[in-house]
Design a protein around this ligand. Sequence first.
Ligand code: ZN
Length: 630
Amino acid sequence: MKIRRAGLFILSIALSLGTYGFALNPATSAFNAVLNAVSQREGAAAQLSAERIAKHVQFLASDKLQGRRAGTPAADEAAAYIEKEFRSYGLKTASSAGFLQPFSFVSAVKLGEQNRFQVKTPKGIRSLKVGEDFMPLAFSAPDLAAGELLFAGYGISAPALQFDSYAGIDPRGKIVMILRGSPDGDNPHGRFAEFTQPGLEIQTKTLKAREKGARGVIFISGEKSFREDRLSRLRHDLNFLDSGIPTTVISVEAASEILASGGSLAGVEAKAKEPQPAFVVKDVTVEFKTDVVKVNGKSANVVGVLPGSDPQLASEYVIIGAHYDHLGFGGPESLAANPEGQIHHGADDNASGTSALIELARVFASERGKVKRSVMFIAFGGEELGLLGSGAYTKTPIIPLPSTVAMLNMDMIGRLRNGSLFIGGVGTSPVWKPLLEKLNGTTQATASAAGQGPRFQLGLGEDGFGPSDHQSFYVRDVPVLFFFTGTHDDYHKPSDTADKINADGLKQIAEFVSEIALSVANEPQRIAFTKVKAEQRPSGRGFRVYLGTVPNYSDQSDGMKLDGVRPGSPAEKAGLRAGDFIVRMGKMPIKNVYDYTYALGEMRGGEEVEVVIRREGKEMPLKITPEKRQ
Ligand SMILES: [Zn+2]
């Protein structure tokens, strides 16, 4: 599952795992056929093997597969393993190209040869060494920045807190030097917490400086030893590949030397807390150029097809999916304290769903002839890096999306506890809720017929949006379900290992998914799609306003692409729609989701703002009035 950064991912799902009950729905005759179909294939369900599933988990989550980070040979090995299984069951390839659907993305960044940094003082010129005294940031624009040096404290403008690092000074055309943290340090509970959030602080401060007209940004390292600073390690974020302004971090020593004419570093740190901290550093000019080379990586989805047995219905497809990639040796998505060099095994996330997918493929393939619609099994790559695989699939679908009747996504289903299973996307088709309740034995008729209680304690979520691959299908009007056994302390840490997997629970969930898939595949009537009404969502920390947009995280070329807008939201009222690129909000140019998040932070509820979008290549201005968050 893709990590949801505090404040950034507005589309976070409400995880209402737990024990709430259901209203008992009387059985409708429309589903009798479903039940019959399911009981007819009890033999197939019985074939699902917890041992086989556990074996797949052990392999995929083994040290050998090194955490399956997209773009690495280890991820390709996982894909090859899945392909081999699909092939051995007699699944067909969906395209003439074979089982793999390749896609590319920026997998890494590295230093180019043009990085330099010069300081001119009356004493002469000093050149800093890249990697030792300074390091460009991965999102730095590849430009030269030259000019006067402005010290701008913590680089925070917070009118609501009556704190402005830029008070009384004009940064236009200057190079801005900024401290990490805030007057409260980086206290997550302090009043400046929203400005120092990990994964957002640097971006937000950079964009603030850019908005103020700065020519370049220099961060002073937050660590005494430069190499211990995460920023000195040149790591990229696919959502923020270009800040539009040259940006670098320099060592504490270099900063002290440069600031000597303005006092010691300790002196300026004290000054940074004052009401008017900013000053032009006397007799100093700075010139630096950053050169960061983006490295393209390749990954692939593994796609296998079981052709339907009914000549009429075989042209329609049910997709069962799970992402097979994970975090490799950590990276920015890791939640471990010291992730460097540690294999993030990703047994639950998502060797669990992948293993269930493989086993479902085997069992369905053995039942060929009994499945009327075609079933497509997709193991997605690059989910953790931004739903890359499902983004690639839905952008270039192998089977036209209108012929896809439903998508069932399994992501983190290996930790079944007390029978609690969360299923998202229930509002995306009117069929889902009665079907799930029936198959679960939640309804009176089925429960008493079976002579036992329900199979799972279901937690149902309406929303088709969520931090995993089903979202890519939902935004293209495909009914979806998302299966999830809940988060845990090992989430996105090296300790998400195979020994903690509940293999029997995995099998039970796979069984449940197989029955749902089979009913959707065999019902004469194709299931209907419904858009989910806006829910009261948990608010992203730090946002005071709500627009109701759904950003696309995989295609952010020159603007923030929307995957959708929430019904009844300010975005919908403003006329925004799926496929639009937001290129400007108010005065702020928008290149990506960070720019957007930043602009959102500057808005006020009830105050109309102009938003410029690009639609089919043409720019057009719209008016949007954000709602105030509760
Ligand atoms: Zn994940």
